[in-house]
Design a protein around this ligand. Sequence first.
Ligand SMILES: Cc1cc2nc3c(=O)[nH]c(=O)nc-3n(C[C@H](O)[C@H](O)[C@H](O)COP(=O)(O)OP(=O)(O)OC[C@H]3O[C@@H](n4cnc5c(N)ncnc54)[C@H](O)[C@@H]3O)c2cc1C
Length: 293
Amino acid sequence: MASGNRSPSIGIVGSGVAGLHLGLLLRQHDIPVVIYEAKTPQQMADYRIYIPRLLADFQERGGEFRVADITPRSVTELSERHDLIVVATGKSDISAMFVPGGDTEVLADAGYTDDPAAFERLVLEKLRAHHPQTFARVDPARFRLTRPQDLLQGAVTSMVREDYVRLPNGRYAISVGDAHTVVDPVIGQGANSASYSAWELGTAITEDQNFDERFCQKAAARRANRVQAICDWTNLMIGLPPAGHLLQMLGAMSQSKPVADEFTDNFNYPERQWDILATPERTANLLAHHGLM
Ligand SMILES: Cc1cc2nc3c(=O)[nH]c(=O)nc-3n(C[C@H](O)[C@H](O)[C@H](O)COP(=O)(O)OP(=O)(O)OC[C@H]3O[C@@H](n4cnc5c(N)ncnc54)[C@H](O)[C@@H]3O)c2cc1C
C-alpha cells in the first residue's frame, strides 16, 4: 500500500495487450511501473509490429521493462517490492492462480511424449465424460495420435476467472486480460476486452491507492458488465445447436440494414450486444422496434 506522498509502485507481469495498455496509462499519470515479461521483444510472435511499438512508448514514458519468467511463487516475492501486482500473462500457466479448477483442465498441460498410451486414455476418458456423442463415434482400440506433430493442446473455453487473489503475505494480485477473461476468438473480442479492462483498472489505480480487498472489488466491478457480456455473447455464438433467437437475429440482419448496423456497431459495445441477445424476449423487442415482428 502506498504510504505518505509517495507514488504507488505497480508491478505488471506480462507485456501483452493488457499489460502494456495498463503500463502506458499509469505512466501518463507518472505512476512508477515495472513490467516483468518472460520473452524478449525479439521473441514476441503475436502482434509483432504493435506490441514492440507499445513497449517503446512505455519505455519512452519512463516505464521499466525487465525480462523475467515469473512463477506464482515469485508473484508473492514481487508483491514485497510493489504496492500492487497485476497479472497480465494471457493464457499462460501462471493465470491458473485465478482458476477455481475444472475436470478437463488437466488436458491443457498433460504430457504426451513420456507416455503416449496414458495420454490417449486420458483424452478418451474426458471425451466420454464430457462429449459422449463424439465418444460414441470413436473406436477406442484404434484411437491414437496420427503423429506427434498433430498434437494441438490448450484451452479456449470462454470463462471469466477470479478477479484477484490474496497472496500469502496478505497483499493482492489482480488479473487482467486473458489471465482474467478467456474467450474463443470467434467474435474477435479478446484484445478489446484486454485493453478495456486495463483502462478500467488503470483508472481505478489513479483514483484510489489503497490496494486492499475493497480496491480489488471496486476494480472488478468497473469491468464486470463488459467482460461478462463478452463471455456470454461468445458462448451464445459458439453454442450448439444455435439458439433460435440468434438465428432470428442473423436472418433479420439480412433483411434490415439498421439491424445489421446496430449489430455491427455493438462490436464496440459488447454489453449492448448482450442487452439485445441475452434472452429471446430481448431480441424480439429489438426486432419489433425495427418493425420486423
Ligand atoms: C487465433 C486468435 C485470433 C484472435 N483474434 C482476435 C481478434 O480478431 N480481435 C481481438 O480483439 N482479439 C483476438 N484474439 C485474442 C487476443 O490476441 C488476446 O485476447 C489478447 O492478446 C490478450 O491480451 P493479454 O495481454 O491478456 O495477453 P497476451 O497478449 O497473451 O500477453 C501475455 C504476455 O504475458 C507474457 N507472459 C506469459 N507468462 C509469463 C510469465 N510467467 N512471466 C512473465 N511474462 C509472461 C507473455 O509472453 C505475453 O507477452 C485472438 C486470439 C487468437 C488465439
